[in-house]
Each structure stands twice: as structure tokens, then as C-alpha cells.
Design a protein around this ligand. Sequence first.
Ligand code: NAD
Ligand code: MG
Length: 387
Amino acid sequence: MTLKKSVSVFGVTGSIGASTVDVLKSHTDKYVVEAVTAHRNVDALAKAAIELGAKCAVIGDSSCFADLRDALAGRGIEIAAGEDALIEAAERSSDIVIAAIVGAAGLKPTLAAIRRGARIGLANKETLVCAGALMTAEISRHGATLIPVDSEHSAIFQVLEDREETRIDRILLTASGGPFREWSLKDMQSVTRVQALAHPNWEMGAKISIDSATMMNKGLELIEAWHLFPVAEEQIEIVVHPQSVVHSMVEYPDGSVLAQLGSPDMRTPIAYALSWPDRIKVDAPRLDFATIGRLNFEAPDTNRFPALRLARQALQEGGTLPTVLNAANEVAVEAFLNDRIGFLDIAGTVEKVMTRLGSEPLTSLEQVFETDAMVRRETSACLVSAS
Ligand code: NAD
Ligand code: MG
């Protein structure tokens, strides 16, 4: 009998969280659950904790403590609330932490898990964008392991596996192009929240759905890929592939291009982050190539999707600029979701804040937290002065 691995799921009530619950529930012979966390959704957190038999459930918003206590009364599950409790939950011993909080809010708990040398299944790409090389340095220092959950990066990781030494010529990061792939800039001016939330291929949380519509998601993924894989910025090319079947590709010096394919179902990369270096069964829909018929590829349009240009600029200039890009984008997306700004104003706001603040050398994690907080204030002020 093989020993079970213990898993903690941060952001268990979200879209990635729900897919993780699904995978874990079908492999109770392999995994036990240590801690589960959420921001405010007490009912969904309590349900996940019970279903998974978690030892501990933590709610980030401390005003929800009493509700969580009532929801889990008599269940024998430890409970806690507040930001520090999230960090403590990450410090609890578990072999694997699935990092599925959305935004830079996930950074502190993820760092706590890194510092005890855990395996991190990283969905929360914003942490790698805002803390970059400082986060990867912590990973090496503490002997932690980072396995990407983002489907594109999981694809690249699967293709590259055991080939650390192989020189790569190019990474071809595929992008669906989002719901407005064929829209003119003029039509994108009046995009509504509902239209932007309706992704053609993937069902995801609100923030990443908007990021996919602006293509900032691919911009964040460009920066994520640069931190995860041994390539220079100019070796990462973005290719629009509307069917989301080829999850990304790697080109080798002999001209070979290797790809990972699958149906657009996040349970596959989540399962791989859990089971690596093995594979476990997932009932994701199987690809039927005759039904799919054809796969299309096209170049991205940075004129209609300026977020791609801004993310590349942030990666090229480095320093605090990716931290600025990420925080400004989080605030702008939230403002769009609250009907405070238009769709094209999202990238417009990010560009304005990036130009105003510029880049400074990034030397410490404290500086990441300070920059993140400062950019949030600046961006909010910028939104107020624009309205
Ligand atoms: P979601 O909005 O559905 O879920 C977010 C989760 O984080 C929830 O459990 C929520 O309670 C928690 N959370 C939010 N704010 C928090 C805070 N301040 N403190 C503590 N917890 C907080 O988001 P999602 O779509 O599941 O995405 C999660 C992450 O995974 C994002 O970084 C996203 O970019 C990435 N990702 C998602 C997908 C996808 O298919 N959904 C694919 C690739 C990567
Ligand atoms: Mg992705």
C-alpha cells in the first residue's frame, strides 16, 4: 500500500478549487486533505471541508468566523479566520498545496508553504508575476517544488519533463483569443460585463475571465512562463488558437515542435500537479479529432489587445514593473466588474499607471507588498480622477 499524500487547497471555493475538489474526491485512496480555505463564501467552504474530510477550514475574512463556526459545529474540523490564519494554514504540514486564490492576495500563504519546502501546484499566476525572481529564489532556497497548474504551463512542463538540460529554441504559448477575438476596437468600446464574462471555451472565475477577454491573462502567462522555464523573453511567442486543444508547444533546436493536447478541462493539469511524476485517472472529456476537424492558429493583435504589449514591456523592463502591471490590472478589472469603467479602460488604466510609476529595481519581498499596496492606491485615485 502506498502512503497517502496530504493536500491543502487554498481558494477551494473558486473555479480551480471546485475542480480540485472533484479530482480529490475521486482519489480518496491516494490523498487526504489537511486544510481548505476561502475568502468569504462560508457555505461553500464548509461544504468542501466536509466533503473532503479536511482537518482544518480557514476563512480569510475574519467577520465570517461565527458563521463558519456554526456551519461546521460538531464536525470535528478545526476552524480559523483572518489573513494570519491563512498563513498558519499554509504552514501546516501537507505534502502538496494547491494555490488557487485569485490575485496577489495569494502571495503570503504561498510563500509560507514554499518556506516549509512543500510542493506547490500553482494556479495563482499573479503571485509569480508580482513577486517573480524573489519567489523563485525562495523556492530554490527552501527546496520547494513548483508545479504549474495553468494549462499552458502544465503543457510546457509535461513536454519538458526530464529535459532540464535540453536547449529550447521557442516556447509557443497558445491563447484562445477570448470572446472578442474577432471584434473591432470600436465594438469593444461598448462591451458589457456579461459579454466579457462569457468565455468561449473555459468556465472560470470572474477575474481571469475578464483577463482572458482583454488578453491580459496571456500577458500574465508570458511573465509566468519566463519565470518557470529556461528561456529568454524573445523566445516566448504567443499564438492564438481558438479551439484551446493544443495547450502550448515547445520547439527544439532540431526543428521538432512538441505539444500537449487535451480537452479544455482544468482537472487534467490539476491532477498532474497532484500526481506528478505519475498520472492519475481523470474523467475529462476525451478528444475526438474527427469531430474537432481542424485546429486553427493565428498571430495575436497587440493593437486590439494592448495588454499583450504592456505585459511584454513589463517583462522586458523588469524590476517592479510586473508588480505594477499586476496590481493596476487587479484594480482596473474590479472597477470594470463594478461597472465603473469601460472594457477598453482596463488596459488603458494599466498603461497610465505603468507610465506614471515606471520601474524600480526589485530587491525584497517587503518591497513587493509595499509596491502592490501603493499601486492599488494610485490606480484607484486614477480611476476617480478619470470619472
Ligand atoms: P475564483 O474567483 O473562482 O476563485 C478564487 C478563490 O480565491 C476563491 O476560493 C476565493 O474565496 C479565494 N479568494 C479570493 N480573494 C481572496 C483573498 N483576498 N484572500 C483569500 N482568498 C481569496 O478564481 P479561479 O478562476 O478559480 O482562479 C484562481 C486562480 O487560478 C487565479 O489566479 C487564476 O488566474 C488561476 N487560473 C484559473 C483557471 C481557471 O480555469 N479558473 C485557469 C488557470 C489559472
Ligand atoms: Mg492559462
